[in-house]
Design a protein around this ligand. Sequence first.
Ligand SMILES: O=P(O)(O)OC[C@H]1O[C@H](OP(=O)(O)OP(=O)(O)O)[C@H](O)[C@@H]1O
Ligand SMILES: O=c1cc[nH]c(=O)[nH]1
Ligand SMILES: [Mg+2]
Length: 219
Amino acid sequence: MSFMVVNLSEQYTLLSDWISEIRDEEVQKDRMRFRRNLERIGEVAAYEISKTLPFVEKEVQTPLGTANCKALKEQPVITTILRAGLPLHQGLLNFFDKADNGFISAYRKHQRDGSFEISLDYVSCPELEGRVVIVSDPMLATGASLVKTIQYLREEGHPSEIHVVVAIACTVGIEFVLRSEPQCKIWCGAIDDELTAKGYIVPGLGDAGDLAYGNKVQM
Ligand SMILES: O=P(O)(O)OC[C@H]1O[C@H](OP(=O)(O)OP(=O)(O)O)[C@H](O)[C@@H]1O
Ligand SMILES: O=c1cc[nH]c(=O)[nH]1
Ligand SMILES: [Mg+2]
């Protein structure tokens, strides 16, 4: 896999434990734990991404003297894809707590024959020109939702860097995103090899949006 892809569960860390919980159909019955685990994955991803961002030196006055400190040079814009992206987004925001935020509704609009297309209906974003943008979505399956979203953000906003944070990615989806958007960097909680004909990741975890928020009716 290219250096533009980071698999955060390659090492033995707590994150791997949270990934195993979000996959586990028994643990999934606890929706609050499912959302909180996605949030924790977002927190770890934020910390890892922060290592790649520019920092400035600054002097901070303490009650006892002056400390030489490092501070994030610029705040990123964190954006997420509704609705399943919300817990991951909250995790990123817990750590990038001064970030600006964007919300995008890119979802699978299903047809009667089982096929689907990506519908991008609603975008609420701050100015993105020259800024670091982090896009989160727990599932990178075919990659169609992310590609549509990134294309929109890049063409409308001209960000300087784009980072993608996902909990579980599928190999073909990663390849599709990097073919369409070769400049972005993808941070994954885990990577699976298989995709069903209906575009579900195997073993994956099922439908992240439903597991976090309950079933929805198809419109
Ligand atoms: O890589 P892709 O093939 O585009 O699939 C991934 C998308 O599918 C899911 O959203 P879904 O349409 O289930 O919407 P939801 O968040 O409302 O559940 C998921 O959260 C991604 O946005
Ligand atoms: O496996 C998948 C694929 C898309 N969306 C999900 O929630 N899960
Ligand atoms: Mg869903």
